[in-house]
Design a protein around this ligand. Structure first.
Ligand SMILES: [Zn+2]
Length: 341
């Protein structure tokens, strides 16, 4: 075992004992993975926002005809083995429907790697709504929620695989505007309704801090549980907005780790965890097999948090208990479902 592996696994061992003492991760608490339910207490070290595959051609042209399952598995499996060797146990795949979500790929990878992988339901309203399917414009929020709840109840497409969370996206609020675009706001409200009906957590891609905060408020206005809402890409939102999100009871996700200077992320996490450590999540938004490119194109591996970021956090004075909270306990609390297994 080299020193890097050791650094990543130390937190993991101690965390196993810490998690059972927290109410949210009791015996009936579980997470839905692509291979079925897994006790939340066995989730372990978790990456909450990564991508296995993306297809950016657009909602009207994407589809299974665009990629070969085995080719994707072959390319991506070694990267999952690398993080498994470092002590990562669970992986939330944030690629939504119409951008290359394929439970068949994720299932094969979960079986072959032994890592718990969760997929999602929902629509992505970021990127100027390029990935929003046409029906989303004519249907109401509750009709969209019906579609997502159906995936939860019956499985995604013909795979029988159930989503472990809801993934949505919103664009930044345009200059001089105060609200999300109507379609983006509808998607947030639909996710709130689907979350209320299923218990699933929602990860929301945000085009900026104003949009992230507004989406959190729309989610809460729909009477959904704020603790089920994760504001993705909070790295650039600034401390005041991140504090407001945490004070509303939602999650601030620093999932761009490795994509900004190391010291900036160490500072961001240090600043935010002074008062809101219970509301912070960490990930890298890395990957992915790019559909349409030769052998998936350039891929960013998932190793940075273990190899570089956590050692830097420790060096800056973060305790082992805090690191366990951020990488093990908080992910379990954010995504745990509370029904009987
Ligand atoms: Zn992402």
């Amino acid at each position: 075992m080299n020193r890097r592996t050791f650094l990543c696994k130390t937190g993991l061992l101690a965390a196993a004992s810490a998690i059972g003492t927290h109410g949210v991760s009791g015996p009936k608490s579980y997470v839905q993975t692509v291979l079925g339910p897994v006790a939340a207490s066995s989730l372990g070290f978790t990456l909450v926002h990564e991508h296995i595959m993306c297809d950016f051609i657009g909602a009207d042209q994407t589809g299974r005809q665009r990629w070969d399952v085995e080719a994707v598995v072959k390319r991506m499996l070694p990267l999952l083995i690398q993080i498994k060797d470092r002590g990562v146990k669970s992986f939330f795949d944030c690629t939504p429907a119409f951008i290359g979500r394929d439970p068949r790929v994720l299932k094969r990878l979960a079986e072959a790697s032994g890592i718990h992988i969760a997929t999602n339901t929902g629509y992505y309203g970021g990127a100027d709504d390029k990935f929003v399917p046409k029906q989303a414009y004519s249907e109401t929020a509750s009709q969209l929620a019906d579609r997502w709840v159906r995936e939860w109840e019956e499985g995604i497409e013909d795979t029988g695989v159930k989503p472990g969370f809801i993934k949505i996206g919103v664009d930044e609020i345009k200059k001089d505007a105060v609200a999300l675009s109507p379609i983006d706001d509808k998607i947030v409200r639909a996710s709130a309704q689907a979350s209320r009906r299923t218990g699933l957590a929602v990860t929301c891609h945000t085009g900026g801090g104003a949009a992230g905060l507004r989406a959190t408020k729309s989610f809460i206005e729909e009477k959904a549980n704020p603790a089920r809402f994760i504001v993705a890409h909070s790295d650039g939102h600034g401390l005041p907005i991140n504090q407001q999100v945490a004070e509303l009871g939602s999650w601030v996700s620093f999932d761009g780790i490795s994509r900004r200077p190391l010291d900036e992320h160490v500072r961001l996490v240090g600043e935010m965890t002074k008062r809101h450590a219970d509301h912070v999540l960490l990930s890298q938004d890395n990957g992915w097999y790019s559909v349409g490119q030769e052998d998936g194109g350039e891929i960013r591996d998932y190793n940075y948090i273990c190899d570089v970021f956590l050692p830097a956090l420790r060096k800056a004075g973060s305790s082992e208990a805090l690191i366990q909270k951020l990488t093990v306990q908080n992910p379990a609390n954010a995504f745990a479902l509370q029904r009987d297994l």
